[in-house]
Design a protein around this ligand. Structure first.
Ligand code: PLP
Length: 503
């Protein structure tokens, strides 16, 4: 102990987590944005809770007021190459005319009528049930947000199996509601739930393959196997809370995983991770819940992230890109599981409203008609090549995860020691935003860039982004004295090209 009382430590922790409106205002005033943006930001600081997420993602968030394709504009008319896409939402590009037309036409008929059937919603349910991987009939349960759908999947898995525990992974992100926070591995966000921990009894954590920094210490090429062996060994013995295999006791309802971890820094697990987790679920009688909220809808160059490993989950969760910005989410499950509920097991006033369902149908039409899944694979391969060129020249770029347009970049001060370049990543983000490139920074060690543009992004826009990144890396290397020549040869690119699939 360090001599502080429990209360003192808690108070100090709270003080560190708290930011005053005055401090946020200082960030607004020193930000590089123009007067109209600053006026909006001042209003935000004056009237919104200090818990709003923008100031957690950026020193000061931009005030985006318009979007077209893969470009967005802030309130002062400054244009940005959009490598955030509203967080994997605007996959078909901002202001797609077919989405606008569908929303307008449906809004003129009926915007909302509780959680009751409507024509676009039932058409969507039929389409989603047919789109999910695996043979056999499926059913859909609708929600409004991603977290709500994950809540739903957990509730359904527990109901169907009669078991309490949900295993989720370190690094996973599945929402921040009271029901999902236990599955989201962000300790800093957990702390905002004090004094009641954000979990019911039925949760456990397992390692997720992160080849560059394997959580169980394996080399990148062995990380997937090492992580899954760890899980299997833990389940085989009797000294874990998850069951007693020899005694035929299982306390686990489901394993909940992202096929590629988004919020942890856009991390692609080592080959075989998801497949082996599927095998573990089969061997131990657990359901597999696949959270495709970020990785799905074509982002990875396949329709679903799980398609890269040919894995068929039991429950598939989708939201974000489904309706191009209209709030909607869904859980797709086999008939046997989804038909085990009675009426009223779930309700949400704004679930699959006619307008949201119409926007989702239009989005699915666009994915099909414009071949956007294959386009994401092809543009993603181009982006990966351009990034690999940068990695040849920039020692600070330690690792690239890239699968379709799901891209994570990891920055290090030294490729040999992998010392994270966290401060440098912060300077580079500020530089990129000033230069007109928008994306989020994250990662376990605050040193990863997360790039998720609309799937419609043009190669010329990728080139512009690469040029800005090039300048940012040069600036950071000079400022930190990160030496050339490269200390370790470049081998570090994962998520290699899948053959494009029409999905
Ligand atoms: C993989 C994943 N699951 C769930 C969620 C939660 O979605 P929402 O913010 O709509 O509740 C997110 C949000 O970023 C996500 O990335």
């Amino acid at each position: 102990m360090d001599g502080r009382s429990f209360e003192q430590r808690l108070l100090q922790q709270r003080a560190r987590m708290h930011v005053t409106p005055g401090q946020l205002l200082e960030r607004v005033e020193r930000s590089p944005y123009g007067p109209k943006s600053k006026a909006i930001l001042r209003q935000m600081v004056a009237h919104e809770s200090t818990g709003q997420v923008g100031f957690a993602l950026f020193d000061c968030p931009p005030a985006i007021v318009r979007g077209q394709g893969a470009t967005v504009w802030d309130a002062d008319g400054k244009a940005y190459v959009d490598m955030l896409a509203g967080f994997s939402v605007s996959n078909v590009g901002h202001a797609h005319p077919a989405v606008l037309a569908a929303i307008n036409a449906q809004a003129a008929e009926l915007i909302h009528y509780f959680d009751l059937p409507n024509a676009p919603r039932e058409r969507l349910a039929e389409r989603l049930a047919a789109m999910a991987p695996g043979a056999g009939p499926k059913r859909v349960t609708f929600g409004v947000t991603g977290a709500e759908a994950v809540d739903l999947a957990i509730k359904l898995a527990r109901w169907y199996t009669g078991a309490p525990t949900i295993l989720s992974a370190y690094g996973g992100y599945h929402g921040v509601t009271g029901g999902t926070m236990a599955t989201t591995a962000k300790g800093g966000m957990w702390a905002f739930f004090y004094p009641v921990g954000p979990h019911d009894a039925g949760h456990g954590k397992i390692p997720y393959s992160y080849p560059y920094r394997c959580p169980v210490g394996a080399e990148p090429e062995h990380c997937a196997e090492a992580c899954t062996s760890y899980v299997r060994r833990m389940l085989m013995g009797k000294e874990s809370p998850f069951g007693e295999h020899r005694g035929g006791i299982s306390n686990v309802a489901a394993v909940l995983l992202e096929p590629m971890q988004a919020s942890a820094g856009y991390i692609i697990p080592g080959d075989g991770y998801l497949k082996e987790m599927r095998a573990i679920c089969d061997d131990f009688g657990f359901l597999l819940i696949d959270d495709e909220i970020q990785a799905g809808m074509g982002r990875s160059g396949r329709l679903w992230g799980c398609d890269h490993e040919g894995v068929v989950p039991d429950l598939l969760v989708v939201s974000k890109g489904l309706a191009s910005g209209m709030p909607i989410s869904a859980v797709i499950a086999p008939d046997e599981i989804a038909a085990s509920w009675g009426p009223g097991a779930h309700v949400a006033t704004f679930a699959a409203t006619p307008v949201a369902a119409a926007a989702a149908n239009a989005t699915l039409d666009i994915l099909e008609n414009e071949g956007l899944v294959a386009r994401a694979a092809a543009t993603g391969a181009y982006f990966r090549e351009r990034l690999a060129e940068l990695q040849e020249r920039h020692p600070i770029l330690g690792w690239i995860d890239a699968r379709g347009l799901f891209v994570g970049l990891e920055f290090v001060r030294d490729r040999r020691t992998k010392e994270p370049a966290a401060d440098e990543a912060g300077w580079m983000l500020d530089h990129c935003v000033r230069e007109g490139l928008l994306f989020e920074k994250g990662g376990y060690l605050y040193n990863r860039f997360q790039m998720i543009p609309p799937l419609t992004i043009e190669r010329s826009e990728i080139d512009r982004a690469v040029a800005i990144l090039d300048g940012a890396m040069t600036m950071a290397e000079t400022r930190s004295g990160i030496a050339r020549p490269l200390s370790v040869p470049v081998t570090a690119v994962t998520g290699g090209a899948p053959s494009p699939s029409p999905g």
